[in-house]
Structure formats: structure tokens, C-alpha cells
Design a protein around this ligand. Structure first.
Ligand SMILES: CC(C)(COP(=O)(O)OP(=O)(O)OC[C@H]1O[C@@H](n2cnc3c(N)ncnc32)[C@H](O)[C@@H]1OP(=O)(O)O)[C@@H](O)C(=O)NCCC(=O)NCCS
Length: 144
């Protein structure tokens, strides 16, 4: 990784530019639970080049302690597949461990995200649709 990145929590509205440019060209910016979720960014020269949001919900999309859904993860097209997503996810999962007992991490990934999530212990559960793949760590034992 040659890029000099820093990481920080984001306000929800700070995710909108990258959400629109990389994930939702149709203009859908909001996801249910956005107000309660935690949003983080990878920053290069004061510019947000990577985003990720974490929602405390189980696979039925209900609030459940320790169950975390990754959603809205994207890297600026100019910087994709140069290690930004890996560094951002690494940072975010370390932060999460500080504030929560993690029982499960899951997501509905696009094809392009599968390799990234696999590196962090998520496995493919099943394909949900053409470009949506359910991935999960499964239930993790309590830490310590
Ligand atoms: C998916 C995405 C978030 C990954 O972030 P990134 O910074 O590009 O990914 P990284 O450079 O950290 O690479 C992660 C892994 O992807 C794999 N990878 C590398 N090049 C790849 C490519 N061209 N296509 C698919 N996977 C690739 C590698 O396994 C890599 O890990 P490694 O370099 O240690 O082997 C980003 O590319 C993106 O925003 N894509 C468009 C939106 C999207 O598909 N989001 C998916 C989330 S649902």
C-alpha cells in the first residue's frame, strides 16, 4: 500500500457522494437504519476515497446485540484494488471490537466484494440474486 491513508468516523451525509458514484447511480442514498448505523471513511489528502457502514442487525434485519451487518462499502473507482478496502475494513473491525462483543459479521456482497470479505473470515452462505451474495462469519464464540 503506497497511499498515505487515514481513517475516521463519518457523518451519514459524508457517505452520499461515494454511495452515489459507486453503488447507487440511480440516486438511492438512504438505507434503513442509516441514522443508527456507524459510518467510517478512508481519507487521502482530506478527500474521502473509501466508505463503509455498520448496522447492528441480524440476518433477519432485526436489531440484535453483537450481530453486525456491513453495508454500503465502496472505494473510489480511481483507487479500487490498491488495498484501500482492506485497510478500511481492518480499521473498522478493530474499532468495532473495542465497542462491542462481536457475535457475527455478515453482508450481502456484490461479486466484486467477495474476495475482500473472504480475507476477513466471511464465507459465502448463498447467492441471493444475480449480484447479491450472502456472506457471514457464522456465529463467533464469545471473546475472552
Ligand atoms: C469491492 C471494493 C469495496 C474492494 O475495495 P478495494 O480497495 O478495491 O479492494 P482491495 O484492494 O483491498 O482488494 C481486496 C481483495 O480483492 C481481490 N481483488 C484484487 N483485484 C481484484 C479485482 N480486479 N476484482 C475482484 N477482486 C479483486 C484481492 O483478493 C484483494 O486482496 P489481496 O490484494 O490481498 O489479494 C471496491 O473495489 C469497490 O468499491 N468496488 C465497487 C463497489 C462494490 O462492488 N462494492 C462491494 C461491496 S457490496
Amino acid at each position: 500500500m503506497n497511499l498515505k491513508l487515514s481513517f475516521r468516523k463519518l457523518e451519514l451525509t459524508e457517505t452520499f457522494d461515494l454511495r452515489k458514484r459507486t453503488l447507487n447511480p440511480d440516486g438511492t442514498l438512504h438505507r434503513p437504519g442509516d441514522e443508527e448505523a456507524m459510518h467510517f471513511g478512508a481519507i487521502l489528502n482530506s478527500k474521502i476515497i473509501g466508505i463503509i457502514s455498520l448496522y447492528q442487525q441480524n440476518q433477519n434485519e432485526f436489531l440484535e446485540e453483537g450481530h453486525w451487518r456491513i453495508r454500503g462499502m465502496a472505494v473510489d473507482p480511481k483507487f479500487q484494488y490498491q488495498g484501500v478496502g482492506t485497510c478500511l475494513l481492518d480499521y473498522v473491525l478493530s474499532r468495532l471490537k473495542e465497542v462491542s462483543q462481536i457475535r457475527q459479521i455478515w453482508c450481502k456482497s456484490r461479486e466484486g466484494g467477495v474476495a475482500l470479505y473472504t480475507k476477513f473470515g466471511l464465507k459465502v452462505v448463498r447467492k441471493l440474486s444475480e449480484d447479491s451474495i450472502l456472506m457471514s462469519t457464522g456465529y463467533l464464540p464469545p471473546a475472552g
